[in-house]
Design a protein around this ligand. Sequence first.
Ligand code: ADP
Ligand code: GLC
Length: 468
Amino acid sequence: MEIIHLSAECYPIAKVGGLGDVVGALPKYQNKLGHVAKVVMPAYQTKFMQENEFEVVYDGWGKLGFHNFPVRIFREKTNKLGFDLYLVHISGLLDRPNVYGYDDDTERFLAYQIAVLDWITQWEHRPDVIHCHDHHTGLVPFMMAYCHQFKKLSTVPSILTIHNAQYQGQFGWDKLHYVPPFDLWKSGQLDWKGSINPLASAIKCAWRVTTVSPSYLEEISFKANGLEDLLAQERAKSVGILNGIDNEVWDPQNDPMLEKKYAIRTVENGKKANKEALCRVFNLDPLKPLFTFIGRLVGEKGADLLPDIFYNALLQANGGINVLVLGSGDPQVEGRLMQLKEAFPGNYNAYIGYNEQLSHQIYAGADFLLMPSRVEPCGLNQMYALRYGTVPIVRRVGGLKDTVVDIGDGGFGICHDQTSVWDVGHAIGRAYELYHDEKHLKEIRKYMMQLDHSWDRAAQQYIDLYQI
Ligand code: ADP
Ligand code: GLC
């Protein structure tokens, strides 16, 4: 099959969160199964663009409302990611350093979607499936089905994967003229509660809808930032497919970013060396249990509670634990996490910002990784933690529920029910006890590391789904 993935992020070209990891890995694994999976994404102004070789495969013009814009599509020449990568260059709109966060994001992602469909419509053949990821590509299923200029694609199956239903990309009807011409009586397919809502439109128009874990699919019929009724309505064409992880990138045996590489057999020594290196840099004591958080500092992740959670835990442990945070997001939370450094020097530290290498070092060097998420469609961090022999402490929600089994149930992680200072504090207490039960901890580390969360299974599940 020829599969076209459309996404705003793809690791290592541009990554803000897990979406980038997924789109950087799934196509590779689909190719390994004998298919031809390609990624077509915006060409941002990133290091990847400057450091690699490209050929131009398309030069054309797109139209956004009354505005015509030139489009150039590049193909990365060496297939270095294990799949064909195409980058859509639209001067003045996409060629910026960041992926999101601009006032004209609506225009940027609409122009990208229109340019992609213009290009694919001109191919001599049709791809077997167009796979859209999140709301930035959410108007594609509608445009394929109803816009006159893309009529040739109306019989190509479109798939929507919802990585996060919190973000929907809605904008006002005053921008309807951005959408290429279609029969106006189809407008309802764009609408949700009085706005043009790309995610809602994709849920309505895509041939199949997937979520990134089975539990998240159950949850969003009840709670999905206003889309729950629609999701309940479209339940019959929806399926939850648990994400995998890229075992080649996330492999403690072969990870060039680590202080010391290690395998299941050598996990104790390997983790010790990585922990010592990490503690040296962050002025922490390697003999104490190291608790960490990695992620976007937003409400969904429970980040607003982290300062209180850590304050209480550090106070109670009376110097007996270490905490290290890596993240960025809400400036208020960032500020409070920085302040904690003064209260607990030698036991607490934080790196505010994005740092891919440091994240690998933390997965390897930490003892415990916290994920007190309010919402977690899948979550990749806990799976990286497992692969690196780090015990996840997670709230029972979404994909966390589908991947972590509590030690009390014969499992390998620590689970709690609520995103509250009390519940997480209790979980940290249990972790502290586990840390001092050396034999049990050693067994668990080995057990976690042999769990298989690679993409092989999910890649095939998507292929099965495409055979509509
Ligand atoms: P989400 O996509 O909701 O942010 P996921 O758990 O799916 O959550 O994926 C998060 C990804 O982003 C992981 O690869 C994680 O290591 C990475 N990440 C998040 N914040 C940072 C950061 N500050 N520095 C480096 N990597 C980060
Ligand atoms: C989203 C979700 C996260 C998921 C990721 C990849 O960003 O918040 O839970 O793991 O997408 O699917």
